[in-house]
Write a protein that binds this ligand. Structure first.
Ligand code: 4AD
Ligand code: MG
Length: 450
């Protein structure tokens, strides 16, 4: 090493320390934790890429460094210079022999960081979400989320799909008028926050063939469950000349790709989160995802009820409730695809099954381990007359849907697609109890702060 290089140590990140073993580096981060034992300090630093423990014997550093570090409050920002040493007992595999520190912004002892290493209630943590994000588990979840989002768009980008972004302000509902966020749009019009980009990407699919959209979507859901947010991110493919069978195959390939990417890139994060990765490995081993028709799912629930495995009977014709989905998905190692629900309980745009028009050509993909629905999709009505009739039956304003009907007037073709909620996917892949931890700042029925 040249003398100048030795004089100014390289700036490194904690995640990249393997490349710096035996070298002196500078880390830029925050004090995550500190323990002391007489003449020894054990500070833990974090820098956004991970955490590392430092060792500071009193004799090895200047008096000033030792005393400053000893009294430094948690979450003070600082740069740390030290030598990287492999240590098989350390969670990251490395420790840092601290040589010097420079405090960037000290936290006042009178107003310490509110989140300590002791247990806090979820309400307290959500109220301090802007700070809670700094803890290793929350950071790990956000890194996995970023990979899930990247892998999801990567799947479509590398398989011939064109990303077409639909509007967020829309004149019409997509999924159900009771769950619409409404706002005034200048003089006399009402606008609604989009519930799904689907209707718009049906238009772009008929222009470009294979398309997808990826963006925030909104549901004024009055549901206070562990699966519902009022604002969430959805990725939606839409393909011209694709039927329900093709849609189910696409959903399967897509999910496999996402899970393999996460396993490939996030072993350490999944460990931090406490995710049993064997359950994720099971998803990607060869073997098709199980498929059940709605009728078969109903029969399965009847059996389960008779055997006392679920509390309430499932009524034929009703949607599957959360406990129903939980029961069914927990029967399989892989995501299970439930297809052909009764048309009466599904969206107006779904194509009826020609073999039984009371059923819709639709699919819900339920994640394993009781996570329930992560994907909803269908083949779309392609007849002008039937679609018009459906819009009327659902009491939707025909004028706002005229453009959507045009798609059936000018070169209509069978087409299909689906939507996956990113937060549901993150909750499942990270095995989290609640979607509120899957997004940096969750919006729910009773929370819009911070
Ligand atoms: O099943 P949904 O309502 O389907 C649609 O919106 C279709 N238009 C999609 C399409 O065919 N292009 O929603 C799709 C997915 C659900 O499976 C779920 O993962 C997620 O979006 N989702 C929610 N995630 C969090 N909070 C909510 N309130 C959600 N509602 C739906
Ligand atoms: Mg659905």
């Amino acid at each position: 090493m040249s003398e100048t290089a030795a004089a100014t140590p390289a700036v490194a990140t904690i995640a990249s320390l393997a490349a710096h073993e035996g070298q002196t580096v500078t880390l830029r981060g925050w004090l995550y934790n500190i323990r002391s034992s007489g003449k020894l300090l054990f500070p833990t630093f974090r820098d956004g890429t991970g955490t590392i423990q430092g060792i500071v014997p009193k004799a090895a550093v200047s008096e000033q460094v030792f005393e400053t570090l000893k009294s430094l409050q948690l979450e003070s920002s600082l740069t740390v210079t030290g030598k990287v040493r492999a240590d098989s007992r350390a969670p990251s595999g490395y420790e840092l022999d601290v040589e010097n520190i420079e405090v960037i912004s000290p936290v006042s002892a009178d107003d310490p960081f509110p989140i300590t290493l002791k247990e806090h209630g979820v309400d307290f943590l959500m109220e301090h979400r802007h700070l809670w994000l700094r803890t290793p588990r929350q950071s790990a979840i956000l890194r996995v989320r970023a990979t899930i989002m990247r892998a999801a768009s990567e799947y479509f980008d590398t398989n011939g799909f064109i990303r077409t972004d639909p509007p967020i302000l829309t004149p019409n509902a997509c999924e159900g008028t009771s769950e619409l966020f409404e706002m005034d749009y200048f003089d006399s019009d009402k606008a609604y926050l989009t519930q799904s980009g689907q209707l718009y990407i049906e238009a772009t699919a008929l222009a470009l063939g294979k398309v997808y959209s990826f963006g925030p979507t909104f549901r004024a859901e009055k549901s206070k469950t562990r699966r519902h947010l009022t604002e969430f991110w959805m990725i939606e493919p839409e393909v011209a000349y694709m039927d329900l069978e093709g849609d189910m195959q696409l959903a399967e390939q897509f999910l496999r790709h996402i899970v393999s990417r996460v396993l490939e890139l996030h072993r350490q994060d999944l460990k931090t989160i406490g995710r049993d990765t064997a359950k994720l490995e099971a998803i990607i081993i060869p073997g098709a995802f199980p498929r059940l028709s709605y009728d078969e799912a109903h029969a399965m629930l009847e059996e389960a009820y008779k055997a006392g495995k679920i509390e309430n009977p499932h009524k034929y014709g009703d949607d599957l409730g959360s406990p129903d989905e939980t029961y069914i998905s927990s029967q399989f190692d892989k995501p299970v695809m439930i297809h052909r629900y009764p048309a009466a309980i599904k969206a107006f745009y779904m194509q009826p099954d020609p073999k039984d028009p009371t059923k819709a050509l639709c699919v819900d993909v339920l994640a394993p381990e009781g996570y329930g629905e992560i994907i909803g999709g269908s083949q779309r009505v392609d007849s002008y007359d039937l679609l018009k009739q459906r819009i009327e039956e659902h009491d939707l304003p025909l004028a706002a849907f005229q453009w959507y009907l045009d798609l059936r007037k000018y070169g209509s073709v069978p087409h299909a697609g689906f939507g996956m909620g990113i937060e549901r996917a993150v909750a499942w892949i990270c095995s989290l109890d609640h979607v509120r931890e899957t997004i940096p700042f969750a919006r729910t029925l009773n929370r819009i702060y911070p």
